[in-house]
Write a protein that binds this ligand. Structure first.
Ligand SMILES: [Zn+2]
Ligand SMILES: [Zn+2]
Length: 354
């Protein structure tokens, strides 16, 4: 089978590797249909998020069809359509036992596409607890967004809006920005989405929950959505990693600033303001207890229109085209803002049929 191997920054290639098989009693091997491109992957490829082990197969947001199962697996069968939870956790360490499975100390060696062979490949091997059967009426394309949505559900749990009328801003209309807009909207808030790229803004505007809107700048959002050029900033979700220093002094008392981008950036903030205005600065990564199931529920019930967020589907052989749609040019070794109308890009090792 083919697998997209990481060797080092800007050094990735499709390699022919041995097919995976179910060798353990509880093993499940999935023929991968789709694997979403995540900011994490592009950070690894470009060297800005240096977490992956050289030699690992990249990719973690995947769906597919069960190819093989071990003798002890009874919950699913060969041929079942499934989505993969790529973040196993041990359930025994202190982090797991204190509601922080996203920081399981046993993570190293198990994290798909980082320290464990991921799903930009013909096949992926996991165990039965980490696949969910996808209902017949839900596409495997939609199901591939379960993991990013799970991260968003986990992040949204950390936000404690003081009121449903809180002025809420989501910066960046990539998949996470759009998914945050949906999840916060389902929680009763009315977030506005802010995106500088005209192409991404246009793509996002057709895919927003009722009652929300997207604008090219904070100024435009304040004046057009809230009819107030000085509209307060109660809640910020920053998917860009870039805005803390600029926005922090503008936060309304009691406000919360959440940063979820994985770009390295050192920022300084005024700790007197932090206390005096009762502000919160928080971060979030990965899934928490039950958030994958929650995301799966939101996708399978159609509450979040996941498939509509897919802008590109490309075969595994053309992964460079998929990465380039998100601003990551592997040939030129350049990673900049996405300027085309891109959102969730799916790599299709199975060719892109269902
Ligand atoms: Zn991801
Ligand atoms: Zn653990």
């Amino acid at each position: 089978m083919k697998a997209l191997k990481y060797r080092g920054p800007w050094d990735v290639e499709l390699s022919e590797v041995p097919d995976l098989h179910a060798t353990g009693d509880d093993d499940v091997v999935v023929d991968i249909s789709y694997c979403g491109v995540c900011g994490t992957d592009l950070g690894i490829v470009s060297g800005s998020y240096p977490v992956a082990v050289p030699g690992v197969t990249l990719g973690h947001e995947a769906s597919g069809v069960i190819a093989e199962i071990g003798p002890a697996v009874t919950s699913i069968a060969v041929g079942d359509r499934v989505v993969i939870n790529p973040t196993p956790y041990c359930g025994r360490c202190r982090m797991c036992r204190t509601q922080r499975i996203n920081h399981c100390v046993g993570k190293h060696g198990t994290e798909s596409g980082v320290s464990y062979d991921g799903a930009y490949a013909g096949r992926y091997r996991t165990t039965s607890a980490f696949v969910h059967r996808v209902p017949d009426d839900v596409s495997l394309r939609a199901a591939a967004l379960t993991e990013p949505l799970s991260c968003v559900v986990a992040g949204a749990r950390k936000l404690q809006p003081p009121s449903l009328s809180a002025y809420t801003y989501v910066f960046g209309a990539g998949p996470l920005g759009l998914l945050y807009t949906w999840v916060l909207s389902l929680k009763g808030l009315t977030p506005v989405l802010i995106e500088h790229s005209a192409a991404r803004l246009e793509f996002a505007r057709d895919r927003l929950p009722d009652g929300t809107a997207a604008y090219a700048s904070l100024e435009e959002a304040r004046s057009k959505y809230f009819n107030d050029p000085a509209a307060p900033i109660d809640i910020v979700v920053d998917t860009t990693s870039a805005l803390l220093e600029d926005l922090f002094p503008q936060m309304a008392p009691g406000g919360t600033y959440m940063s979820i981008g994985l770009k390295e950036k050192v920022a300084s903030i005024d700790t007197m303001l932090l206390a005096d205005r009762s502000l919160s600065v928080i971060g979030s990564i990965d899934s928490l207890h039950g958030s994958f199931d929650e995301a799966f529920h939101l996708i399978t019930t159609g509450r979040v229109p996941a498939e509509r967020l897919v802008s590109h589907v490309v075969p595994l052989d053309e992964f460079r085209t998929g990465f380039a749609a998100l601003g990551c040019d592997v040939g030129a070794r350049r990673f900049g803002p996405a300027e085309q109308a891109s959102c969730k890009v799916l790599i299709a090792p199975g060719g892109g049929g269902e």
